[in-house]
Write a protein that binds this ligand. Structure first.
Ligand code: ADP
Ligand code: MG
Length: 237
């Protein structure tokens, strides 16, 4: 309706895809469980950011997403909160492997995602493990053995652990490629493709990127099915 159009125009949101749902302009309108609403208010947030407002309703429909928005726009919770809700629906045994897998280019970014997952997922009693290089594998393997609903990983370390057969991705049904453009710039494409081969084809795939060059378009075309594309502001190719 008219208010959706004016919200999108005001926040420079453009969408492509079939029947894209209207944005959630307030936390109340998300229908998120009350414990999650409480967490966002206690973090001091007053409203969803534009990328959250437009990508949450799409993600909750279990659809694939490409989200293009610059750094600092709140993309992490854009995929984490629908991931929490997905986990509540699926209820796998985390001892058998993660249900939500987030790939991230660097240890620093992976750790930040893990911190947000722990903070906002605490009240939903979700477990999260972070895997990254430049640190001993032992503690990460012990964390995995305790069971993790969510794994946040850099592609290199996750591949090492997959080769050791110390984690299974057979239960993953919600796959996030965060900072996809940076992962490709860093040369992780072969690693990403190897990892995705271990994830069942019946899954939801969400790709977040700050820019939209042809390499990113190509991997999106290969890994996502009929995605909704959400852009905030000018798209930087
Ligand atoms: P991006 O991944 O797009 O670079 P982040 O997810 O790291 O952005 O978010 C940037 C900052 O904004 C973080 O400190 C995060 O906690 C905060 N943030 C996330 N959502 C909101 C919101 N709805 N309102 C205010 N701040 C938010
Ligand atoms: Mg980010």
């Amino acid at each position: 309706g008219a208010s959706t159009e004016s919200y999108r125009r005001r926040h420079e949101i453009t969408v492509t895809g079939d029947d894209v749902p209207q944005p959630f302009t307030s936390f109340e309108s998300t229908g998120f469980p009350p414990e999650i609403i409480r967490e966002v208010y206690s973090a001091g947030f007053s409203a969803p950011t534009p990328i959250q407002a437009q990508s949450w309703p799409v993600a909750l429909q279990s659809r694939d997403i490409v989200a293009i928005a610059k750094t600092g726009s709140g993309k992490t919770l854009g995929y984490l909160i629908p991931g929490f809700i997905h986990l509540k629906r699926i209820r796998n045994n985390p001892q058998m492997g993660p249900t939500v897998l987030v790939l991230s280019p660097t240890r620093e970014l992976a750790t930040q995602i893990q911190d947000e997952a722990v903070k906002f997922g605490r009240s939903s009693r979700l477990s999260c493990t972070c895997l990254y290089g430049g640190a001993p594998k032992g503690p990460q393997l012990r964390d995995l053995d305790r069971g993790a609903d969510i794994v946040v990983a850099t592609p290199g370390r996750l591949n090492d652990i997959l080769e050791m057969r110390r984690v299974s991705l057979r239960q993953v049904s919600y796959l996030v490629l965060d900072e996809a453009d940076r992962m490709l710039d860093m040369g992780f494409e072969p690693q990403i493709r190897k990892i995705v081969k271990e994830v069942p084809a019946r899954r939801q795939t969400l790709m977040y990127t700050a820019t939209w060059p042809k390499e990113v378009r190509k991997i999106a075309a290969d890994l996502l099915v009929n995605p909704v594309q959400v852009n905030i502001g000018n798209v930087d190719e």
